[in-house]
Structures are given as structure tokens and as C-alpha cells.
Design a protein around this ligand. Structure first.
Ligand code: SAM
Ligand code: SF4
Length: 495
């Protein structure tokens, strides 16, 4: 089943006010397609008008993997006679693609379901489904708890949606939360929702085999599996042919990507995949996320160094700067290991390579001194960006079963704020050191602040804003950065 449909339209990316506020001043004002959305982001399907009979409204929460999955779901349902719509009113099917990573994310979805209940009362024919991590975590319990939900579908069961919808059309409730060891949706061409037509996300693997003690992902998204390398490269070729200029290869732990052909004659690791994608076109920028500190190899770093079009930006979540806490988190590396990986990045890719992190404040039994270690790791690594959270216990995880969630909420929040404040200093300094230099910027669209300005990114993923002149979306432009806001570079085009 292959579907070729490119949707180019405006990007409804909204932040609902009851969601988490982003924990760090990120450049998201001019950035809507970053691999790590602030945790308050929710994406609504834009409208496709191809004359299909029924209308699907899909709202996606959480990480980019979920946004990417919604593109697969839309593709499957397009074949089943559904156009997407950006209006809840008038939709025949409402799907919430949910996130379980923190308790707040789940509360958000529950509140949203209450609102949708109001719509359903006015329109009893409306079908409501829950997809993604919450569907997996709560399974059929969801149908009992949230009476209005008709359909519960886990992340590996989207191919079954047409059959499940028929069941619901027939008046029954439907559930499929079976996890798979094989499903990668390799043959499904996603309908690009919320796309600017320039940057796209390409899923290269699913699930996760790590057992970080705080994390629900291995339970909700199942075992790690890598997608056929040929289908990934082909998807990137198709994107280039459709005018796209940047792909981000997505996985929970891209460095452990490992694919072998059935007869075993071909074996591809992440560095090799990265190289194959970089060779698709010198005009195509390649990004990837997320790198696990235990798995990122020098081979990957050397591959990045060899190809100008592989962007010099690595998301390398540390989670903590203290070795005892890292051990409790079951991250399988300690602080010296992490520092060595940062030094390897600097040695092979230089000072300019951007690095970002995720940090968790107030993990079980974390002392003030151990929290200070997280702050000192920020100083050591000088991150360009940070996605920081306070610890939220998730039922069923190793930590929930074995460790006491004993840091009071006010202490967690205070530590988180200290992490955010320290990280902001480094982010600002990293922006400041780029002033006075010329950056190759891929234009993503007009700046949100002004019709007269364009917005794009440099290789390091920093936002760059400059007067539009005769340039347009999709152009590469050399921009001299003349100042910075601390969250974006301001500049002007040069020859
Ligand atoms: N696979 C990625 C990695 O290992 O870095 C992370 C994926 S997870 C979806 C994104 C981030 O959410 C994590 O890096 C972690 O900082 C945060 N996170 C996960 N579980 C959490 C929890 N129980 N409480 C707070 N933050 C959590
Ligand atoms: Fe969760 Fe750890 Fe897997 Fe990342 S690597 S998804 S934090 S278990």
C-alpha cells in the first residue's frame, strides 16, 4: 500500500494554556519543526480537501515520534476515505495521539477528552479514539474510565485501524494494543501534516530496549526494531523530489540502529545509514535525534565530520550530572563516560558543534550535592539548548517499583528552575559566540514577528532571522549574524 500525497499548508501548532509551559526559553517562536517540541506542544491536523467522504480530526501530543505516527495514521485513513480537518466541529472521527511520559501529559489528555465529550453530546455520531502511549498504558481500562471513548489503539496497531473503525461503525467498542517486534510501517508513505514543505521527519526505528528506570517508553512503545534501510533512503529521495531540503531521522536511540537484510548479506549501522542519507543529495540537510550517550560512536562523529550536509548538532540527553543518580536511573553510563563523549564531539567536530541535553531534576533520593553535579555538568558541556523536567513518577516503571519518589515537589521545582537558569546562561553565550560570523541558513518561512523577515536555521539548529529581500522558503542563504536575542540570531544576507 503506497500513497503519494503531499500536503502543503499552514502549520497549526497550538499551545493550549492548560499544558506544561516550556521549561526553557526555546527559539520556538520561529521554530515549528524541531525534533524536540517543548513539552507544551500539541499539533492539530491541517485540512486536506480531496473530496473524501469522512473527516478525521487528529490531535497529537508529546514527542516528534507521535507527530510522525499521526502522519502514518492519516495516510492509512486517507486510503479508508478520510480527509483530515483542522476543525473539531464537523469531524466524523476524532483521534488523540497521546503521551504518557509525565503525569501532566496524561492529565492534559484527560482534560481534552472532557471537552470533546461536550462535542459528542451535541453530535452523538462522532467517533472518538485514543492512540499512542496512553492507549498502550491503560488499554481497555480506558473504555471503562472514559465512557465516551470508542476506540483504543496502541502504537504498533495502526494498520488495524480500518478494521477497528468498521467495528465501531457497527456499534461496538474496539481495542488493539498489541505490541509488535517487527512493525516499522516501512512501506507507508506518511501524509506530511503540519509540514512547511521544507523539513520532514523520517522515522528510522521504533520502541526502545533500554530500561531507564524513570521511563515509561519501553512499556508503551515496545521492543526496539530498526526499519529497512532501503525504505528510509527511498523516503528521503522521494522527499527531495518533492522539494524538501531537510530530513530529521527519528528514533528513541538512533545510535543503536541496526538493520540486516533477511538473507543476512547486508548489515547497516547508524553511521552507515547516516552516510547513505547524506549521499541522497548535497542539497539535503540531515539531522537526527535522539543520541544515547552510551551508544554514540566515534564512527558517527567522523561521518558527521565528512559530510557538510549532516548538521552539526547532537541531542545527547544526560538526565543527571551525578554518577550515583545515573546508576539509579539505569542509564548505563557514568559522569566520566558522558564527559568523554562530549570531549569526543569537541575533538572530532570542533567547538562549533551544538549539543543539547535533557535533564531531570529531583529524581529519587537526589541530594543537594548531586543536584549541584547536574549544574556543573551544564557548565562542563556548555549546551546550546536544554529540555529540562522535574521527575514525575510513572506507574509500572523500575523506579516506581523500586525507589521512593521522596523529593518534595517544591524542592524538585526549585532545582529545575536552577537548571533552567544555568542552562539559559550557556544558551545565550552559545548564541553570542556566533555573532559576527556568516551562517549558511536554510529558510523555513517568514518570521512570526514580521512579514518582512525570514526565519531559518543554521547547521547548529540555531534560529536565524534576516530581511527577506528576494529570498524564499527552501533557499540556502549566507547570513552575517549581527546580533542575538539570546534565543535567535539576527542578521543580514551576504554574498
Ligand atoms: N530516548 C530519549 C533518551 O534516552 O534520551 C528520551 C526520550 S523521552 C521521550 C524524553 C525525555 O523525557 C527524557 O530524556 C527525559 O528527560 C524525560 N522523561 C522521561 N521520563 C520522565 C519522567 N518520568 N519524569 C520526568 N522526565 C522524564
Ligand atoms: Fe526512555 Fe531511556 Fe529508552 Fe530514552 S533510552 S526512551 S529515556 S528508556
Amino acid at each position: 500500500m503506497k500513497l503519494k500525497l503531499r500536503v502543503s499548508m499552514s502549520q497549526p501548532l497550538i499551545t493550549l494554556d492548560f499544558l506544561d509551559t516550556p521549561t526553557l526559553e526555546t527559539p520556538s517562536v520561529d521554530a515549528t519543526t524541531h525534533a524536540h517540541e517543548p513539552s507544551g506542544a500539541v499539533r492539530v491536523s491541517p485540512a486536506t480537501r480531496t473530496g473524501r467522504q469522512r473527516k478525521l480530526y487528529i490531535e497529537s501530543y508529546g514527542c516528534q515520534m507521535n507527530f510522525s505516527d499521526s502522519e502514518i495514521v492519516s495516510s492509512i485513513l486517507f486510503e479508508e476515505g478520510f480527509d483530515t480537518t483542522e476543525q473539531l466541529d464537523g469531524a466524523d472521527l476524532v483521534l488523540l495521539n497521546t503521551c504518557s511520559i509525565r503525569e501532566k501529559a496524561e492529565q492534559t489528555v484527560r482534560m481534552r477528552l472532557k471537552q470533546i465529550n461536550g462535542h459528542k453530546k451535541r453530535n452523538p455520531g462522532l467517533l472518538v479514539g485514543v492512540l499512542g502511549c496512553m492507549a498502550e498504558r491503560l488499554k481497555s481500562k480506558f473504555l471503562e474510565e472514559e465512557k465516551l471513548v470508542d476506540l483504543v489503539v496502541g502504537p504498533d496497531a495502526y494498520r488495524d485501524l480500518p478494521q477497528l473503525i468498521k467495528q465501531v461503525d457497527g456499534g461496538q467498542k474496539a481495542v488493539n494494543v498489541l505490541l509488535s517486534r517487527e512493525e516499522t510501517y516501512a512501506d507507508i508513505t506518511p501524509v506530511r501534516l503540519n509540514s512547511n514543505g521544507i523539513t520532514a521527519f523520517v522515522s528510522i526505528m521504533r520502541g526502545c530496549d533500554n530500561m531507564c528506570s524513570f521511563c515509561v517508553v519501553p512499556f508503551t512503545r515496545g521492543r526496539e526494531r530498526s526499519r529497512d534501510a532501503h525504505s528510509i533512503v527511498q523516503e528521503c529521495r522521494d522527499l527531495v523530489a518533492a522539494g524538501y531540503k531537510e530530513v530529521t531521522l527519528l528514533g528513541q536511540n538512533v545510535d543503536s540502529y541496526k538493520w540486516a537484510s533477511e538473507d543476512g548479506t547486508e548489515k547497516v549501522n547508524f553511521a552507515q545509514l547516516l552516510e547513505s542519507v547524506a549521499l541522497v543529495s548535497p542539497e539535503l540537510r540531515v539531522r537526527f535525534s535522539t543520541s544515547h550517550p552510551k551508544d554514540i560512536t566515534d564512527e558517527v562523529l567522523h561521518t558527521m565530520a565528512r559530510h557538510e550536509n549532516i548538521c552539526k548538532y547532537i541531542h545527547l540527553p544526560a538526565q543527571s550530572g551525578n554518577s550515583r543518580v545515573l546508576q539509579l536511573m539505569n542509564r548505563t553510563y557514568d559522569r566520566p563516560w558522558y564527559e568523554e563523549r562530549v570531549l569526543a564531539i569537541r575533538r572530532i567536530l570542533g567547538e562549533d558543534c551544538a549539543i543539547s541535553t535533557d535533564m531531570i531534576a529531583g529524581f529519587c533520593s537526589e541530594t543537594e550535592e548531586e543536584h549541584q553535579d547536574s549544574l556543573s555538568l551544564l557548565d562542563f558541556a556548555q549546551y546550546d539548548m536544554g529540555y529540562n523536567f522535574f521527575y514525575s513518577e510513572r506507574p509500572g516503571t523500575l523506579a516506581a517499583r523500586k525507589l521512593e519518589d521522596d523529593i518534595p515537589l517544591d524542592v524538585k521545582k526549585r532545582r529545575l528552575q536552577e537548571i533552567i537558569d544555568r542552562q539559559q546562561l550557556h544558551a545565550r553565550a552559545r548564541y553570542a559566540r556566533m555573532v559576527g560570523r556568516v551562517h549558511k541558513v536554510l529558510v523555513e518561512g517568514r518570521s512570526k514577528r514580521s512579514e518582512e523577515q525570514l526565519s531559518g536555521r543554521n547547521s547548529q539548529n540555531q534560529v536565524v532571522i534576516f530581511p527577506k529581500g528576494n529570498f524564499q522558503k527552501g533557499d540556502y542563504v549566507n547570513v552575517l549574524a549581527t546580533s542575538t536575542t539570546g534565543a535567535a540570531l539576527i542578521g543580514e544576507a551576504v554574498e
